[in-house]
Design a protein around this ligand. Structure first.
Ligand SMILES: [Ca+2]
Length: 329
């Protein structure tokens, strides 16, 4: 019977030292997820533990994915080069893969993957399907509740090419997808990354008035003295939200740029002197608050075609989708 091994403690094995080379995670993941070729030794004991990571993660960055609604932190750099997250979507990894995020891949430095997050379609397979016990040995299996997510975490030894490699993998399945975080080289950072993984609320408009709530709050506090300016800024925000979330080609770009220009005219009508600066601040410092939104905005901007028409002053008011002259302030 296997000895019970506490999570976060070094793994004691009876095997020879780890070979100096590392099996690429991609290979065993592909094997693992394709047909359940590898089987796992079953370890009946499970532990439910609460993980407490006391190390500070100072200087770590947050990767946030609004489409799938999750985020995690990762080291921003190590001693040698900048770290990052490289995301691939779609089927190029295999038909079940929806998203692959390689953590630690450097754009400029040497290629190095510290850990990998995969989101795959749910199948009838077990979370960790059985495989050939002569090729793979389960060292430990844990159940851990982290940020309201009930992960199953396994550590396995895998035999290949005359050597033994190691990997650690956390798996979680919800109604829609299965999530795997894997490392073969960096258990310490794996534990930290996993401790920061959480699902996020991707509904940014909980009060359902069409304006992302964090922008709404900013407008209300910053421009509390002018209702007409607040209305114009809501209108402008809505047009920029549409730019960010709905423009994917020239046709939709042409449609939403009209809305944005109307909103810009309206702001100019209400505050001719500061209008330009107010909306630039709102867009760049408030509305665009994630890398994903910045990317989507730049993408949309490519499809705008034509430049902003300098609307004559006597027509600026027509841009407002409300009547600013009927509001008291
Ligand atoms: Ca709202």
């Amino acid at each position: 019977m296997e000895p019970q091994i506490e999570f976060l403690q070094p793994i004691q094995t009876e095997q020879a030292p780890k070979p100096p080379f590392t099996l690429p995670m991609t290979i065993f993941l592909a094997l693992f997820l394709s047909a359940g070729l590898l089987s796992f030794l079953f370890v009946p004991q499970k532990q439910v533990t609460q993980q407490v990571v006391v190390d500070e993660m100072e200087g770590w960055k947050t990767y946030r994915n609004e489409e799938y609604g999750f985020e995690f932190k990762y080291p921003a750099n190590n001693d040698f080069y900048d770290m990052g997250v490289n995301v691939s979507e779609g089927v190029s990894w295999g038909e079940n893969f929806l998203l692959v995020a390689e953590i630690g891949l450097s754009k400029d430095g040497p290629y190095s993957v510290m850990a990998q997050l995969n989101i795959v379609k749910n199948t009838n397979q077990d979370l960790f399907p059985e495989s050939d016990p002569s090729r793979e040995r389960r060292i430990s299996e844990q159940e851990m509740f982290i940020n309201n997510i009930n992960w199953i975490i396994v550590e396995n030894e895998i035999l290949y090419a005359g050597g033994i490699d190691f990997y650690k993998m956390a798996g979680y399945r919800d109604d829609n997808f299965t999530y795997y975080l894997t490392t073969s080289s960096d258990k310490e950072n794996f534990d930290k990354i996993l401790s920061t993984f959480k699902f996020i609320n991707i509904d940014e408009d909980e009060n359902n008035n069409g304006i992302w709530d964090y922008v709404e709050e900013y407008i209300n506090s910053e421009y509390s003295s002018s209702e007409k300016l607040r209305m114009a800024l809501y209108q402008y925000t809505k047009s920029q939200q549409d730019m960010i979330s709905k423009v994917h080609d020239r046709e939709t770009g042409g449609l939403y740029v009209i809305e944005r220009d109307k909103a810009s005219d309206c702001i100019r009508y209400i505050d001719p002197e500061n209008g330009y600066k107010i909306r630039q601040d709102l867009l760049l410092n408030v509305i665009i608050n994630t890398d994903e939104k910045a990317g989507a905005y730049l993408e949309a901007d490519r499809y705008l075609g034509g430049s902003y028409q300098n609307t004559p002053e006597d027509r600026l008011k027509l841009g407002c989708n409300f009547d600013p002259d009927k509001l008291p302030n």
